[in-house]
Write a protein that binds this ligand. Structure first.
Ligand code: RIB
Length: 303
């Protein structure tokens, strides 16, 4: 059994700021750093480190060669990464002292996937293999159609959320991993449920599950933890409290370790615990991909 993550690879330009820049405002940053990132790359690093055989598919531009090296170092296969002329995808990230961030994306090479590439990549995978997707590349609907025909398990992290998501064959998704805003948008509940906390959180999760009755769902709630639901059970997983340094790859680390653990045969409860511990370690460190822990660190971590 293999995991194929068809996703973005970004160069993250991270600027430390006192507060996010406002409309019409110009501010100075205290410092800046460049990291490997992209929801796709981050999740591949986390998948590979969780111990599952991971293949990353996607494109890098002329300035993105180091991204493939980082994936290889993490233990992911890079045979399905295509080199393209032109700029790599990148992200401009503002980071506040409390670790919160806001992100501006440039798609670049991430938006240049072709159906021919997709067919070639998927020819190496079979029924039961896992396909992991986020929403930072083009041709997602086509990838899902072809993967479904093959009987692959489809995992979707619908992030960043946009209108195009509603054109995807969402009924094929076996696992959704999403936050409360994405859940509200996907179910059409908009702001009608107000602050999604306590009992309302469960209502929101139930709404996602009734929209997608064939899917298992993980709803992530930041500092309020996460909830898993399938047809038999609901599992509430609190966060593991740590000093927050940088939240950038928290969600990606959670997704990679959760799916990696499930694919390795752990129970949903065990997978939720592994994911919570791995993402706690990630938020206690700087950067996206560099903050993602090794499997041994996760096992050794308390909480
Ligand atoms: O989820 C975090 C990632 O989102 C960053 O690494 C950035 O590249 C954006 O894609």
């Amino acid at each position: 059994m293999k995991a194929l993550n068809y996703g973005s690879l970004n160069i993250d330009f991270v600027y430390n700021v006192e507060h996010f820049v406002r409309s019409g405002e110009t501010i100075s940053s205290q410092n800046m750093a460049i990291f490997a990132g992209g929801k796709g790359l981050n999740q591949s690093v986390a998948l590979a480190k969780s111990g599952i055989d991971t293949w990353h598919a996607g494109n890098i531009g002329e300035d993105g060669e180091f991204l493939a090296e980082i994936l290889q170092k993490a233990g992911a296969h890079t045979d399905f990464i295509t080199r393209l002329p032109g700029r790599n995808g990148h992200a401009i990230i503002q980071k506040q002292p409390n670790g919160q961030n806001c992100i501006l994306l440039y798609g670049g090479s991430n938006r240049q996937n072709t159906k021919i590439q997709v067919d070639e990549v998927l020819s190496h995978f079979e029924k039961g293999d896992y396909l992991i997707l986020q929403n930072e590349i083009n041709e997602i609907a086509y990838i899902m159609e072809r993967a479904h025909e093959k009987g692959m398990m489809i995992v979707l992290n619908p992030s960043p959320m946009d209108e195009e998501i509603f054109t995807y064959p969402l009924e094929y998704v076996d696992y959704f991993l999403l936050n409360e805003i994405e859940a509200k948008d996907l179910t059409g509940l908009g702001d009608s449920v107000g602050e999604v906390r306590g009992i309302e959180t469960d209502e929101l999760l139930d709404a996602v599950c009734s929209h997608f009755p064939n899917s298992k769902v993980v709803l992530t709630l930041g500092e309020y933890g996460s909830i898993y639901k399938d047809e038999k059970q609901k599992i509430h997983q609190p966060i593991v409290k740590v000093p927050v340094v940088d939240t950038t790859a928290a969600g990606d680390t959670f997704t990679g370790f959760f799916i990696g653990s499930i694919a390795k045969g752990l129970s949903p409860k065990e997978a939720m615990q592994m994911a919570a511990k791995a993402s706690a370690i990630a938020v206690s460190r700087q950067g996206a991909a560099p903050s993602i822990p090794e499997l041994k660190e996760v096992y050794d971590f308390g909480g």
